[in-house]
Design a binder for this molecule. Structure first.
Ligand code: ZN
Length: 94
């Protein structure tokens, strides 16, 4: 095994990006679409989510994931759930 710290760093970076791409491919954290709602809450009521302002940590998290997901913060209209969701960019597909 090479002991070069730069090699280790790049190896770590490549593995990190691969993990992110797996999450993207599997749709982890993607908007939940039901027959009534394009962006439903993970709670059992499937209430629509409302877009709220992103926190500083969310912006940092977006940079940390190389803006692969472009997370946006949402809040449920009935329960207390709030969190980050991303949507598939259909324009990116040619
Ligand atoms: Zn909810």
């Amino acid at each position: 095994m090479p002991t070069d710290p730069f090699f280790k760093f790049f190896l770590f970076l490549i593995i990190y990006i691969l993990i992110l791409l797996v999450f993207k491919f599997k749709g982890t954290g993607e908007k939940k679409v039901t027959k009534d709602c394009l962006n439903a809450c993970p709670c059992e009521k499937n209430c629509p989510l409302n877009r709220i302002e992103r926190k500083m940590s969310d912006k940092f998290f977006n940079h940390l994931t190389f803006r692969i997901f472009n997370f946006k913060r949402y809040k449920c209209s009935s329960c207390e759930w709030q969190g980050l969701r991303w949507e598939k960019d259909f324009k990116a597909k040619s």
